[in-house]
Design a protein around this ligand. Structure first.
Ligand code: HEC
Ligand code: HEC
Length: 310
């Protein structure tokens, strides 16, 4: 009896350490539910010196991105539109948890990305803009803000609340019609029936969820599992976790079943771009919904920047 337990235990310990070893080799150590918690420092404690000035600049870019990094932003979203609470909130991909995970291998581009390259991607896709050079002050400022938020955190460890908390697979396949109902009841008030958000003059009050003013087809939020995870934890604003998982999946599907700016990696053919970058089953790019092939009527990526350049 004792011996069986001992050998079972040994097998368990072995498989655990093996799992840690393999995750450790591939990416950061992931302790699952045992992931360590972390609290970033108080916003008022940013030091009053030259480094602090760069941190504040990064924070300002993060909160008001089109105003403070206008040459790289093609839409009116802010970084904080998705990384809520100034990039501090758990399960809204907080910056302090991201900082300690780079450099990291990303399957999206098939190589090890520095933090600077990761940030460049945010501008290219989520902000539908263009990449700042890696040593540009925009990147230096954002990295300084992240570094400051992460002070005291262990590196190479996935912290509690990192990224967006993935939901279990839905009981029913995500559905457009059910999603449309969830949207009308819980989202349209702020984001508009047409998903275009609300603006006062140039200023965005509620961000666009689809259409020309939103993130483009290459952005992480266009993935339905990612959007469902974000929405479940964070929307409707101030009432996170009030939707059921199924409602979050359905409304994520509905949101991402609409047209948005083209994937900047578009090579002239929706079919080929789909094959190369959008072959996941849950990815609606290139699929025909309500008689419209998504991606076939997208405006070119770059938004406002492109319009300006012409
Ligand atoms: C439309 C929503 C959206 C906007 C706007 C946005 N992001 Fe993100 N961001 C995401 C999503 C979704 C991911 C996760 C993508 C993935 O890997 O699947 C992400 C990932 C990241 C990561 C990596 C997080 C980690 O834990 O590895 C960083 C850093 C980041 N974003 C910074 C920024 C910055 C800086 C801006 C503004 C310039 C920005 N983001 C704008 C949605 C957004
Ligand atoms: C009370 C107003 C309000 C309601 C209702 C609301 N949102 Fe939001 N939503 C916001 C605001 C404001 C932000 C930006 C957060 C920030 O800047 O701190 C946001 C951000 C988002 C984002 C990320 C930014 C973008 O444009 O892609 C998504 C996705 C989103 N909401 C989806 C939804 C969905 C789906 C619902 C309904 C289930 C919903 N929201 C309900 C106000 C609202």
């Amino acid at each position: 009896m004792n011996r069986i337990i001992t050998s079972e235990l040994r097998a368990l310990v072995l498989s655990c350490s093996l799992a840690m070893l393999t995750t450790g080799m591939a990416q950061a150590v992931d302790l699952g539910d045992a992931a360590p918690s972390f609290s970033p420092p108080d916003a008022h404690s940013i030091p009053n010196n030259d480094f602090g000035k760069m941190v504040l600049k990064g924070q300002a870019i993060f909160l008001n991105t089109p105003q403070n990094a206008s040459q790289f932003v093609g839409n009116q979203l802010n970084c904080v539109s998705c990384h809520m609470d100034a990039g501090r909130r758990e399960n809204a991909s907080p910056l302090w948890a991201a900082y300690v995970l780079y450099p990291a291998y990303r399957s999206k581009n098939g190589h090890v990305n520095t933090l600077a390259e990761r940030l460049q991607g945010c501008f290219r896709y989520s902000m539908n803009g263009k990449m700042p050079p890696p040593d540009d002050q925009t990147i230096v400022a954002l990295e300084s803000y992240m570094y400051w938020l992460a002070q005291g955190a262990p590196t190479g460890v996935k912290l509690k609340g990192q990224g967006f908390k993935r939901l279990a697979e839905p009981a029913q396949k995500p559905d457009y019609v059910r999603g449309e109902q969830v949207y009308a009841q819980n989202c349209a008030l702020c984001h508009g029936a047409d998903g275009a958000g609300q603006h006062v003059g140039e200023r965005m009050v509620f961000p666009a969820l689809w259409g020309d003013g939103s993130y483009n087809w290459g952005a992480g939020m266009h993935s339905i599992p990612t959007a469902a995870a974000f929405i479940k934890a964070n929307m409707p604003l101030g009432k996170g976790n009030s939707l059921t998982d199924q409602q979050a999946w359905d409304v994520a599907y509905y949101m991402n079943a609409h047209e948005r700016p083209q994937d900047p990696r578009f090579n002239g053919s929706v079919e080929e771009t789909q094959k190369k970058y959008h072959d996941a089953k849950s990815d609606l790019y290139g699929q025909t919904i309500n008689g419209v092939m998504l991606g076939a009527h997208s405006t070119p990526s770059g938004g406002r920047l492109r319009a300006k350049a012409q």
